[in-house]
Design a protein around this ligand. Structure first.
Ligand SMILES: C[S@@+](CC[C@H](N)C(=O)[O-])C[C@H]1O[C@@H](n2cnc3c(N)ncnc32)[C@H](O)[C@@H]1O
Length: 287
């Protein structure tokens, strides 16, 4: 969970340091309130409230579509107030419309806020027991289609996996804060490969944070990723290298997007690239 400056602080900072104002961004802010962008335009221009969730759902749906898979499951680990899950539902509907791939949305949370940290790897210097409690009734009233699974992931995830009645996992947003909880959540990727897309898009919320958080590969989510990779020779979680260079507007979340590569998936090697016939012919001298 990362913290940001409030709108008030931002306005005060802009008045005190006007040379720091990015006029293109201010114009973009005003313009996008005049012109209504489509969902895909807003995703492209990073104008959605949480573009990273929309990016993950869309890319997973495009992968599924290229493989002829009609439906996927997208998961949020760590719901808290529910703002992320509500947006995930909303983006899922737009992605269904854009791709024709059906998107099932699932969220996991223990509802009582963070548990007690097991040890230093859970980074109790940032997070304390009971942070991020949920108002379950209020959230239930807002949700339209998401499946909400309440309880500690150490118990609820194995039950969810045992049922095995959802479409393959295509995108996962990890936001449980703790190393120990994330290790439990990563069991999602230990399922038989047909329960997963060959490449599962992942967002890890707690690998970049404010100046007190100080994430490293020795604690928290980054440690959980390293240990998962060590334990699984044919399933690896890797960043999407260079994502910020591919985006129209580079943003911090670009460095928080990963992919779980299931090398042993029987469909991992199937050609899915939109370029079906790719050649680079030698240019004539005067071309
Ligand atoms: C930072 S909050 C999630 C914020 C949310 N994604 C959002 O966008 O607003 C972290 C959540 O992880 C949940 N959590 C942490 N460890 C858990 C565990 N072992 N089982 C279930 N939920 C857990 C906490 O209850 C808390 O609500």
């Amino acid at each position: 969970m990362s913290s940001h400056m409030s709108l008030f602080d931002t306005l005060v900072a802009a008045i005190r340091h006007p040379w720091q104002i990015h006029f293109g961004a201010v114009f973009g802010y005003i313009w996008t309130r005049v012109i209504k962008l489509s969902f895909l335009e807003a995703l492209h221009w990073d104008k959605l409230e949480r573009t990273w969730l929309a990016y993950g759902v869309l890319q997973a749906a495009l992968e599924a579509k290229a493989l002829g898979i009609p439906a996927i499951t997208v998961v949020e680990f760590g719901i808290a107030g529910g703002n992320g899950l509500v947006l995930l539902e909303h983006y899922a509907e737009h992605v269904e419309e854009a791709t024709g791939v059906r998107v099932h949305v699932v969220g996991f949370d223990r509802a009582e806020g963070l548990p007690k940290a097991v040890d230093y790897r859970d980074m109790p210097y940032i997070w304390q027991p009971g942070f991020f409690r949920m108002d379950v009734d209020a959230l239930r009233k807002r949700l339209r289609r998401a499946e909400m699974i309440l309880g500690d992931v150490a118990q609820t995830l194995p039950e969810f996996i045992a049922k095995g009645n959802t479409p393959p996992i295509g995108f996962v947003s990890f936001d449980l804060d703790f190393y120990s909880s994330t290790m439990e959540a990563l069991r999602l990727f230990e399922q038989p490969v047909d329960r997963l897309l060959p490449r599962v898009f992942c967002y890890f919320d707690d690998c970049i944070g404010d100046d007190f958080e100080l994430h490293s590969q020795f604690t928290g989510e980054l440690l959980a990723i390293s240990e998962f990779n060590e334990a699984h020779p044919m399933r690896k979680i890797a960043p999407i290298y260079g994502l910020s260079y591919k985006r129209r507007h580079p943003a911090g979340w670009n460095a928080m997007m990963f992919v779980m590569h299931g090398f042993e998936h029987p469909r991992y090697n199937e050609h899915v690239h939109p370029n079906r016939d790719w050649h680079l012919r030698l240019r004539h001298r005067d071309d």
